[in-house]
Structure formats: C-alpha cells, structure tokens
Design a binder for this molecule. Sequence first.
Ligand code: ADA
Length: 561
Amino acid sequence: MTHYPFFPNRKIHCLDGIWDFTLLHDLEQPETINLDTIKYTNRLSVPGVFDACPAYLGQRGTGVYKTALKVTPGTAGILKFGGIGLWGEIYIDGQKLHTCQIPYSGFSVKIPASQKTWREVVVVVDNRFDAKRVPLFEQFFDFYGYGGIYRSVEWHELPQAGYWERAYIDIIDLHKGLIAVNAVHVNGSPEPIFEIDGKQVKPNSLNINGDTLQATLQLPTPTLWTIDNPNLHILQISTADDTIVERFGLRTIETVAGQIKINGEAIKLKGFCRHEAHPQYGPALPLAQLVQDLQLLKELGCNFVRGSHYPQDQRFLDICDELGVVVFEETLGWGQQKDSYAAEDFGNLQEAQTRLMIRNSYNHPAVIMWGFLNEGGSNRQALKPLYERLIKCIRAEDASRAVTYASMLPFDDLHFDLCDIICINTYPGWYSEDQNSAHTLHEIIPKLNDLVENLKERDLANKPLIISEIGAGAIYGWRDPSANRWSEQFQEEYLAIASQHILDSDNFAGIALWQFCDCRTYANVGTLFRPRGFNNKGIVDEYRRPKLAYQKIKQLFSSTV
Ligand code: ADA
C-alpha cells in the first residue's frame, strides 16, 4: 500500500493497473453471476470508477473487473482493498470469498494457499441503488454514488509461519513518551524486536497471549505532535517471519468546558468539509490530487478538515498527519430516512463500518474525532438505541478520541447528551425561511446566536460546539452585480459573515465550511436544486479553481489563531 502500515519483508503485489472489464445492465442477482459466461469487452483502470469513464458515463449496473497475478505457489495471501462501491463481491480463481456491503471502507480478504502460480482476481461491483444490497447508500444522498474500485488493491503473500495484522498504539504518558502497543500476530509465538525511530528498544513490559501482543515502550526521543509541529514517530516490530511498520504521533485530545484541547491546549478548528470527488475520477482520486487538495486547504489557513461523509483515503490521512491538519472522520451516512433504519442489517452494517473506520485509522494523530450518521434522525427517540449502540462501539474501540455526529436538527435533537462534541449543520440565509427576499444574509448571525442560546438553556454548553457545515452555493465564474444567490459575490459575503462570527466568538470551538470543492451529485430530479448536477457550495470548483470567496477566507482563517 502507499500508506501506513508497511510490511517491508513481505512479497507484495500491487494490483493497481489496467484490468479487464465489462458492464452488465440487466443482471437481477449479481450474487449469482456465472463468471464463466462473462465476456470482457474493455480494459479499465484500477483504482477507478466505471461510471466516470467516457464509455460508461452515468450508467448503472454490474461491473465485472478481472486481473491475474503470479504468486509463489503454496502461499496464502491477503488481498487488501482501500475501498469499493457501491456493493461488491471478490472471487479468487472462480471462488467467491467475500461480499462487501460497505462502500468506501478499507477491508481485507484472506486467500487460502493454492499450488497455482497464476491466481485470478475478479471483483464484481454493482452501483445500482438497492435497499437490501446496499442499505448504507441511498439514491437521495447529495453526492454521486459511483461504481468501481475506488482505491488501491494489494495482494500480500503471507509468510508461512505467522504474520502481523496491525499494531495499535496508545499513549500512556504523553510527556514521558510512554506508549502501549496492542498488536495482532497471526499464527505465531513471536519473539519480537521493537524499534522506534530506527533505534532498538526493549519493552518495559511484554505480554504475548496467543495471537495478541501487548507491550509498553519508552520512546528514545519523544517529541509531541502538534498542529504547528506535527512530529511523527515510527514503530517497527519484527519477528523472524514478518515485520510491520506503523507511524503515530504523541498527542492527546480532551473536551473540557466547551473547548477542544490537543495536548492540553485549546484549539479553534478552522476548516472545510471535503468530498473525495473529481468529475473525471469520481472518488478514485490520484495521489497528486490528494496532495494538491491539502496544499489548498493549508493555503486557505485551515487546521481542520471534515471528511464528509465517509471514511477517508488512508493516503489522505497520512498527509494530514504530516501537515498537522486535524480530521473529523465519519462513517458513510447522509440524512437517512425513516425506512432505512428499519432495514434488516442496517444497525449491524453501521456498526461494522464504524469498527472498520476506527481500526483502519487508529494510528493517525490527525484524526481527533469520530462521527456517524450525518444528519440522521437525531430528533427521534426511537433511534436512541442505535445512537447508543454506535457510540458504545466507538468508545470500546477507541477511548482516546472525541465522539460526535453532525446534526441538522439542533433544536429538536435528542441525542446530544451522548456526544463529547456537538456538531451542527446549518444554512441560515441560504435555505431561508424568507421566500420573498434576495437578501437574506442578515439571518446568519441571529441563527448562530439562537443555536448557542438553545444549547445553554439545555445545559449543553459545556460541550464544545462546532458548526460542522455552513455555506452557500456559487457557480464558478458567475459574477453578478446584484450579488444574488449562486453568484460568487453572495457566497463570498456569506462565508465571510459566518466565518468571522464563529472565529470571533468563544461559543464555538470550530467551523467546517461547506464545502471545499464542488462535487457531482444527483442525476435525477434533484438536479433542479443542484444546477449542473453539482453541489456548488465549494470554495473551489470541481477542478479546484478558486471562487471569489477563496481570498477572503484565506485572509480570515490566516489572521486568526
Ligand atoms: C447537508 C449535507 C451536505 C449537503 C448540504 C447542502 O447539510 O450534510 O452533504 O447536502 O446539506 O449542500 O445542502
């Protein structure tokens, strides 16, 4: 993989490249596909989504991708996917080994050993909306549901004796640089050698029980991870059979008296919500784009990004670690309607995706909070058990980070008490109650003040408050002297008023403007409210060309600490 963790002693085959491909339009049951009858009529790139390619633009159906690789006969393997969508099944040498109902999340598939030298990998992906197959993604979501292999694919040949799965790192003493390591070493009674930052260290304590290893380690030269100095440390654990390299940072997160603290110091979060989106590649962004997006966010003066609305590309998180940009990472969700919650397996899949997200991103110091169910039914008492279940799952997986969800129903929200941080999405003056006026910017500040007052009245003011979405649409290049909605001027003024108010007020712990870049959305009747079929609230357009607001926000964000 092109991201941590690394396994330097393993034979790893990167399967990114050109695969055989075909798209079937009428397959009712993709789970019963007969692979022997498939005629591959095209070649497509992996990673990549077929419905952003000229040949299949906007089409929905069952995409079948095939490749082959040469492996060492007799070795078992792990096939690692960074994320696929919307639904998929993985076949090795014609045998179905895995079904994926969780779009965007990284997952692994264990491959039994075979005497074959050439192994065949087929990935069947379906991008049709289907409440049973893909209960986590729905047609009405305000971002395009693509079909394909979103991120890298790797085949790891597994050492015969035993192998490392992951090593999760916790901080025991921040200033002394004492850490705890919980690692999984499958099939082994390892005699591990630990190295930190290239120096061999003896564990202060070591406990190996079956496949699990627990150790406490003292860093030779501990340095804190902060936004200004994002120092990172490298942990390597080796046994005779395998080596794992994990990267981490020394930092703590607290939420105290309405503030978010990193290493005990209060921080005001300034940033954007960002979709992994590009008109040509959909969510399968090349590394260069991820780097450029972060360069733009840094240039804008951001210290914060909300990964809306799904688990992020691990390479993106690696770069956030390196640049000191903190992240709100959340599972896939978008204003699910009543029926969705009732779907069989909805809760199980929500929990499964939450667990995957946390395990995949555990060691990123940049990730400071976990979220779920963006704009879910948080005004419904009947959903309390689901909210409780997901929060319980998060806390059991990771007690070190803050928990939140972005609510669009702040005045009626019933579950804020469960969170560490209150996140509110609000668009006063954009989605205005005043149907008659073009000039609605005066609604922004009173609404923000009302939100604060309401939380105070409900005794929730001790929890940090982040405005996790606020924004206005602007069509790139549409400069309108009357500064009406959709003009770059309206957006510039809107974002400036909202940002200035939130940055100046101690009532807010942060802001994530909606949104970083324009992104493709509904292809149905929803486009009537989404000109061009894009959500146009980006501060840059889909090609990352800055709108008028860019300079204004850069100046505002850069001049406030
Ligand atoms: C919601 C949602 C975003 C986007 C936004 C908008 O708050 O969370 O994904 O759809 O509304 O543009 O209206």
